[in-house]
Design a protein around this ligand. Structure first.
Ligand code: ZN
Length: 118
């Protein structure tokens, strides 16, 4: 269960971390370390100005993603989502070479969508 929770939430949390890195790198690191180069001045202003809205946008997407994952988890707990044939965990649908399949968030086992019991 804990492994499944981690697998569900690490991608959106990583995206939130990217938002923080954008703020640090483009809003602070690049402008501070390149401020002495005169011909880059306008580009550094642009970097400073755009870093906050870009970071806010990325953070917003990660929050939406977290809420979507929470909704999927909630639907799974109510029995309204397909489950893993091995451990009963939440699965996600993926596209493979031979069609779509379900992969478990917990144990990573795979199963064709067509073979999923209802
Ligand atoms: Zn499983």
């Amino acid at each position: 269960m804990n492994k499944m929770i981690f697998a569900i939430f690490w991608p959106p949390l990583l995206l939130a971390l990217v938002s923080l890195l954008v703020t640090i790198i483009f809003g602070w690191l690049i402008p501070v370390f390149l401020q002495d180069i005169a011909f880059l001045e306008q580009m550094l202003d642009l970097s400073r100005l755009t870093s906050k809205p870009v970071a806010a946008g990325i953070l917003f997407l990660s929050i939406v993603w977290i809420f979507y994952q929470m909704h999927e988890l909630w639907q799974w707990q109510k029995g309204k989502r397909p489950t893993c044939h091995k451990c009963g965990g939440l699965v996600k649908e993926k596209q493979g070479k031979s069609g779509s399949y379900y992969q478990c968030y917990g144990c990573k086992s795979k199963r064709d969508v067509a073979n999923q019991p209802q």
